[in-house]
Design a protein around this ligand. Structure first.
Ligand SMILES: [Zn+2]
Ligand SMILES: [Zn+2]
Ligand SMILES: [Zn+2]
Ligand SMILES: [Zn+2]
Ligand SMILES: [Zn+2]
Length: 242
């Protein structure tokens, strides 16, 4: 399948890109089935940027918000609602009057609503992370940009979609990822480890809490045993021979 596109002066052919690339239409990372220059230039366009299947798409988290495909215009330079990266040219912009949302075409169509992280645990695409992202350890991508995330039903585990992309890219650079594979495979491999790590952090946190509680309880005991309602440290210390 071939197309012509304003982004490039040669015809483009749809084929499997054998490595991740940056799209010439929206500037974002891509992989898999892609429009590639027929003349062999190092030019790539996301499938959804080269020939969008739909020019109007509903915002996935609201029935009322409708997003329209556009080339340039007023959304340029704002942050993508999904990944937080800058809108460069091609994007979808919502037609709402008050809140203006802008999303990269690849961000709007690429992310499945659900992602099987491990057997029996499905992560769901949400507008915001419910807890600290397992990758970057923050809830919001940065101030004023929350960023979409895959969240476990219990809300304990989250991954920003931006962080998912970063992991895919890093793993490609490290030579672990072979274009033909399921790009989300990396999450399936990484998740148990991250979950484990997060679990350890939670346990440490709980232990600290327990220690704090233990201290508070001890301090109450000091008061009771020493008959010192103000908990004078010296008195308590001498009581316990410390
Ligand atoms: Zn693109
Ligand atoms: Zn070319
Ligand atoms: Zn809207
Ligand atoms: Zn984006
Ligand atoms: Zn993150």
């Amino acid at each position: 399948m071939e197309i012509s596109n304003d982004s490039h002066h040669h015809k483009l052919t749809l084929k499997h890109a054998n490595c991740p690339y940056y799209c010439g239409g929206c500037g974002q990372l891509g992989f898999g089935l892609t429009y590639v220059c027929r003349e062999g230039c190092n030019f790539f366009l996301h499938k959804e940027c080269g020939k969008p299947e739909k020019l109007i798409i509903k915002y996935p988290f609201s029935e009322k918000c409708v997003m329209k495909f556009q080339d340039g215009g007023s959304g340029v330079d704002s942050a993508c609602d999904a990944c937080g990266k800058k809108i460069q040219r091609l994007h979808y912009r919502c037609t709402c009057t008050f809140v203006k949302r802008n999303v990269h075409p690849c961000c709007l169509v690429r992310y499945e609503k659900t992602l099987d992280a491990i057997r029996g645990l499905t992560l769901h695409l949400r507008k915001v992370a419910a807890s600290k992202c397992l990758h970057c350890r923050t809830i919001d991508l940065r101030s004023k940009v929350r960023g979409w995330a895959y969240v476990s039903p219990c809300g304990t585990y989250s991954y920003h979609v931006a962080c998912v992309m970063e992991m895919i890219n890093t793993n490609w650079k490290n030579g672990f990822f072979t274009g033909k594979n399921d790009p989300f495979l990396i999450i399936k491999q990484q998740f148990p480890e991250d979950m484990d790590q997060m679990h350890k952090l939670t346990v440490v946190h709980k232990e600290m809490q327990t220690k704090k509680q233990a201290k508070a309880i001890l301090s109450v005991l000091y008061h009771v045993f020493t008959g010192n309602p103000f908990g004078l440290v010296g008195a308590a210390k001498s009581y316990f021979g410390n």
